[in-house]
Design a protein around this ligand. Sequence first.
Ligand SMILES: Nc1ncnc2c1ncn2[C@@H]1O[C@H](COP(=O)(O)OP(=O)(O)OP(=O)(O)O)[C@@H](O)[C@H]1O
Ligand SMILES: CC(C)(CO)[C@@H](O)C(=O)NCCC(=O)O
Ligand SMILES: [K+]
Length: 254
Amino acid sequence: MTFLALDVGNTRLKWALYDAPRVGARLLAHGAQFLENIEKLAEGDWHALPAPQWVVGCIVAGDAVKRRVQEQLELWDVAPQWVVSSLSEAGVINGYDHPARLGSDRWVAMIGARQRLLARGPARPCVVVMVGTAVTVEAIDAEGRFLGGIILPGHGIMLRALESGTAGLHVPTGDVRDFPTNTSDALTSGGTFAIAGAVQRMVENLQRHCGEPPVVFMTGGAGWKMAPSMSTPCELVDSLIFDGLLEIASRRVG
Ligand SMILES: Nc1ncnc2c1ncn2[C@@H]1O[C@H](COP(=O)(O)OP(=O)(O)OP(=O)(O)O)[C@@H](O)[C@H]1O
Ligand SMILES: CC(C)(CO)[C@@H](O)C(=O)NCCC(=O)O
Ligand SMILES: [K+]
């Protein structure tokens, strides 16, 4: 009864194989592949896996990438189900003007966060931070309503934009400092403060709106780099998207 969860971002495809499509299932194997190496999956990492009975994923890369992923999935006799953001699913209500236009990775991460929050206590407002190619910061009230969220460039895009838009900024990665005194540290700290500051602002917005401090969850490939520099308390949960995919799959499989 194995279940394969897929998270196809703009930089990497992340996958996780579980022994069943339910929250709390046992993780059997997992991995990540840069999008340019998708063609290696069927003959590489996936070759010796037990065939999954279900495949559910979220994808924010373009249609060409989706076709390349589906080609690799032909290794098994299973049709992938791609999550599309809807008006409501798994206890989260979508406040986006056009619900289907919300990135499915954002939707799935919010469902994972909400499930995690409710599993351990009373409902609270919640901020969900994803630090990937792009950074997103979402606000959910205590009733599970997604109020709205922001999108900003990730570390890599910020640095590349500065490098290509200036004459004098081509330097190695620096350290995060309160008061940077060289170009490398100034760039690295600038990107980090931009993300931490955006999160702090959304936490303040949601606290003002709901009248109580929110729980903050953070996920994404570069989350561990951001965690030490956050100015508000924040829980790093690497598996937030997979938690959401398990929750969605358990409801669909029934
Ligand atoms: N300190 C840093 N300096 C420069 N670039 C960074 C830094 N940290 C992360 N990045 C970039 O941030 C981006 C996101 O990192 P990563 O691929 O690990 O996340 P991801 O969650 O897999 O992304 P996605 O889901 O969007 O594919 C990458 O483009 C990576 O090159
Ligand atoms: C914002 C990203 C790139 C984050 O991965 C993705 O969720 C996306 O492409 N979203 C579509 C636009 C939106 O969410 O409003
Ligand atoms: K992502």
